[in-house]
Write a protein that binds this ligand. Structure first.
Ligand code: ATP
Ligand code: MG
Length: 459
C-alpha cells in the first residue's frame, strides 16, 4: 500500500483479496473494451466495497473517461439514459450494467482560467450557462443538476461515503482510494466525504443511505456524520417523494429492516418520514402497545435472508395493516359499513403518507386488495372458490393471513383448505364458518356478476 502527497492510496493486487473470478463477467468485458480503446475504466462504489468485505455485490458499476457518446459508439448494446445525469446502460439479456463518465461536483467552482474573451463571446457564454447550467443547486444547497465531467479523483470526491468511493483498476488490478475509504472499511465506519452537514443538505437521501449501510454492514456512523444526521433528520422531507419511496423499499428489503428501522427511529428520520404512523406506533390501543410492526420487520428480514422475495404491496400490508385496521374500526364506530370504513381508512393512510413517501397508486390498490380479501377466506367454500384461488394475488392474501392470524386454530383450518383448493386437492372442510362441509366438491358454473361483491364482515 502506498500514498504520496495529493495521490491516492493504491493497494496492489497481491495486497488485496479481490479476484476477477468474483466479478461480473460482463462488467469485466466492458472494462477490457474501454481499456483497448484507450479509455480509463474502473469498477466503483458498492461492488468494490462489497468485494473487499467478502459480500456478494448487488450490482457492478463502471466509471470511465469515455463520454456517454463515446461509450455508445463502442457498444452496440448501449442506451443512453437520464436527464440530470447522462448515463450509459449496457444491456446483456436481462442484465444492465451502468457506465458513467467521471463526474465532478463543480457546481459552485469558478471556471478554469482561459484566454481572455471578447465581450460578445463572454456574454453569450454567460447566457448559455444561465439557460443550460450543467450543475445547479437550489437556495437550500440541494443539488438539482450535476453533469460536469471530471477526473477520477473528482468523481470519487462527489460520492456519498468514503467506503463507497473505492475504485478497482482493470489495468493493474489495483484498488485506488482517494478518500481514506479503505481505513474506514477496515474500521467499520460510515463517514461522509467532506462536511456531513453540506453533503446531507445537497442530498437528504444520503441520510437514509447512511442508515441502510450502517445496518446492513454492521458499521457505526462516524461521530460528526451522526451529529449532522440528527440535526438534519427533519429535512429528509425535501427529497422527492418518489425517490423516498424507492429508498424506503431498499431499506425494508435490505434483509436488515429491523435494524434500519431502529436506527431511523433513534435518529428522528422515521418520525419525519411517517409522522402519523410514528405517533400511533408510540401510543397504546386498549392498553396494548403496537408490537406487530416490529414482528413484521423480523418476518420480512427472515424471508429476505433466506433469499425469498416479498412484493411491495405485501410488505406494506404487513407493516401498516394493523394501523389501517384501527383506522377502519374508527370509521366503523362512526356508523359506516365495513367496506366503506376500510376504503376510507386506506384513503386516509395513503393521504397522510404519499405527500412524503409516494406509494404508487397501483401498489396502494394491491395493498388494499390483500387486506380487504381476507374476509373471503372465512367463507368456505364460498361462491366460485376457483376464481378466488386464480387471483394473481392469492398467495399474498394467504401469506398475509398466515402471518397475521395464522396461529388461530380456526384460521389454520381455513388456510389449509384454501391452500389445498389452490393445489386442486380434495380435502375435508374445516369446522367453523363452512356451511356444507360434507357435500362433495362440485365445480360451479361461472356466472357473470355485475359490480363488486359487497364484503361486509370484519377482517
Ligand atoms: P447497493 O447497490 O449495494 O445498494 P451501492 O453503494 O452500490 O449499494 P448504489 O445506489 O448502487 O449504491 O450507488 C452506486 C454508487 O453511487 C455508490 O456506491 C456511491 O458511490 C454513489 N452514490 C449513490 N447514491 C449517491 C448519492 N445520493 N450521493 C452521492 N453518491 C451516491
Ligand atoms: Mg450498487
Amino acid at each position: 500500500m502506498k500514498k504520496e502527497q495529493n495521490c491516492p492510496v493504491i493497494v496492489t493486487r497481491p495486497e488485496h483479496g479481490i479476484s476477477r473470478k468474483l466479478m461480473n463477467p460482463n462488467a469485466l468485458r466492458i472494462l477490457y473494451r474501454l481499456k483497448d480503446n484507450g479509455f480509463a475504466g474502473y469498477l466503483v462504489g458498492g461492488c468494490v466495497r462489497d468485494l473487499l468485505l467478502g459480500r456478494e455485490p448487488k450490482d457492478f458499476d463502471v466509471v470511465t473517461s469515455a463520454t456517454p457518446n463515446e461509450v455508445k459508439r463502442m457498444f452496440r448494446n448501449c442506451r443512453l439514459i437520464g436527464r440530470r445525469f447522462r448515463l450509459a446502460h449496457l444491456h446483456y439479456g436481462d442484465e444492465i450494467i451502468e457506465v458513467a463518465t467521471f463526474r465532478s461536483q463543480a457546481a459552485d467552482e469558478p471556471e478554469p482560467e482561459q484566454a481572455p474573451e471578447t465581450k460578445p463571446q463572454a456574454a453569450h457564454k454567460a447566457e448559455h450557462r444561465q439557460r443550460h447550467p450543467r450543475s445547479l443547486k437550489d437556495n437550500d444547497g440541494m443539488v438539482l443538476r450535476d453533469n460536469v465531467f471530471g477526473t477520477p479523483e473528482e468523481d470519487a470526491l462527489r460520492r456519498d461515503f468514503t467506503v463507497n468511493a473505492l475504485l478497482y483498476n482493470i489495468v493493474d488490478f489495483s484498488i485506488i482510494d482517494y478518500t481514506n475509504g479503505l481505513a474506514d472499511l477496515n474500521a467499520g465506519i460510515i463517514r461522509t466525504i467532506g462536511e456531513p452537514d453540506v453533503r446531507f443538505q445537497e442530498d437528504p437521501v444520503r441520510m437514509l443511505r447512511a442508515v441502510r449501510f450502517a445496518a446492513l454492514l454492521g458499521f457505526t456512523i462516524e461521530k460528526q456524520t451522526h451529529a449532522a444526521l440528527l440535526s438534519a433528520a427533519d429535512t429528509i422531507v425535501r427529497a422527492a417523494p418518489a425517490r423516498l419511496y424507492e429508498e424506503m423499499l431498499k431499506l425494508f428489503f435490505s434483509g436488515e429492516a429491523a435494524r434500519c428501522c431502529d436506527l431511523l427511529q433513534r435518529t428522528g428520520l422515521f418520525a419525519a418520514l411517517f409522522p402519523h404512523f410514528s405517533n400511533w406506533l408510540g401510543t397504546e390501543s386498549d392498553s396494548f402497545p403496537h408490537t406487530r410492526f416490529g414482528q413484521m420487520l423480523d418476518y420480512v428480514d427472515s424471508r429476505i435472508q433466506q433469499g425469498d422475495k416479498v412484493s411491495p404491496p405485501l410488505l406494506l400490508a404487513l407493516l401498516f395493516g394493523e394501523y389501517i385496521d384501527e383506522k377502519t374500526e374508527r370509521f366503523r364506530r362512526q356508523g359506516l359499513p365495513w367496506q366503506q370504513s376500510f376504503d376510507a381508512a386506506v384513503a386516509e393512510f395513503m393521504g397522510e403518507t404519499c405527500p412524503t413517501v409516494m406509494i404508487m397508486n397501483r401498489v396502494g390498490i394491491a395493498l388494499r386488495d390483500i387486506i380487504s380479501q381476507q374476509s373471503r377466506l372465512n367463507k368456505i367454500p364460498g361462491r366460485r372458490p376457483d376464481s378466488f384461488t386464480a387471483r394473481k394475488d392469492f398467495n399474498e392474501i394467504i401469506e398475509y393471513c398466515r402471518i397475521t392470524r395464522g396461529n388461530r386454530k380456526d384460521v389454520a383450518g381455513q388456510l389449509a383448505w384454501w391452500t389445498a383448493q389452490a393445489e386442486q386437492q380434495p380435502v375435508t372442510l374445516p369446522s367453523g364458518p363452512a356451511k356444507d362441509s360434507t357435500a362433495p366438491q362440485r365445480k360451479k358454473k361461472r356466472q357473470r356478476r355485475r359490480g363488486k361483491p359487497k364484503v361486509q364482515e370484519t377482517i
